[in-house]
Design a protein around this ligand. Structure first.
Ligand SMILES: Cc1cc2nc3c(=O)[nH]c(=O)nc-3n(C[C@H](O)[C@H](O)[C@H](O)COP(=O)(O)O)c2cc1C
Length: 214
């Protein structure tokens, strides 16, 4: 890294210290990150009552007005059922150039082919996300049932729902969009002069901010 790039990174990271002080600032960070995709995050869920699971996902969209996130998944995958059973789960982002960790506790709902038919807005969201997919990403949805051992030969084969659609521009039946309404934010900035941490909690239509350390 050149001296100039070093200076720029330091400046960005200092701005992050300011931005994490408010939910709107955190929203701005996420919005800016999405200008340079892919944005990776770790998504948690609960398997049964006691087992916590976590996996990487790509954050595909964000609405700063409603503080709502979008990611996508195969509707047959385990996380879908887990998030349906326990809707609140955390999405964790590590942004190295900002020296910042964002833990976003969100309430999740899924837009699936069935659901997409019910609301106009959901149908548009479902379609729009699919349109933004590369051919490689689209292929992932025509593969075998995710999580089925290959040993279960017949059951691990691509299912009809995934392969029957003739127009590649139409999302397959197993394509799902996960929409997460952020309920609270735990933002941590690893500053050289000491870590800064803020917690923002959504209460009805306003946000409450708590300074943990700064
Ligand atoms: C870098 C990376 C990005 C990923 N992005 C997604 C994603 O956006 N959506 C998704 O469903 N799985 C994604 N995966 C795969 C998941 O991490 C996970 O292995 C898979 O979805 C099965 O999870 P589940 O059985 O808990 O549902 C990604 C994996 C990696 C390594």
């Amino acid at each position: 890294m050149t001296q100039r790039q070093h200076g720029k990174t330091r400046q960005m990271s200092r701005n992050s210290g300011q931005l994490i002080m408010s939910p709107a600032g955190v929203g701005l960070i996420i919005q800016r990150q999405l200008l340079h995709p892919p944005l990776f995050a770790a998504l948690s869920s609960l398997q049964g009552k006691y087992i916590a699971r976590v996996r990487m996902v790509v954050v595909r969209g964000f609405d700063i007005r409603t503080m709502t996130l979008q990611t996508s998944a195969d509707s047959r995958s385990a996380k879908m059922a887990q998030l349906q059973a326990h809707r609140k789960s955390e999405l964790c982002l590590w942004l190295p150039e900002l020296a910042t960790q964002l833990r976003l506790l969100a309430s999740w709902r899924a837009i699936t082919q069935e659901g997409a038919g019910h609301s106009n807005q959901d149908f548009i969201t479902w379609h729009k996300l699919w349109q933004g997919y590369s051919g490689k990403s689209r292929n992932l949805f025509t593969g075998p049932h995710p999580g089925r051992p290959v040993a279960m030969r017949r059951h691990a084969l691509p299912n009809a729902a995934a392969t029957e659609n003739t127009d590649i521009n139409d999302p397959p039946a197993n394509f799902a969009v996960l929409v997460g309404r952020i309920e609270s934010i735990d933002a941590l900035y690893l500053a050289q002069e000491g870590h800064q941490r803020y917690r923002h909690r959504r209460i009805a239509d306003r946000w409450e901010t708590l300074k943990i350390n700064a």
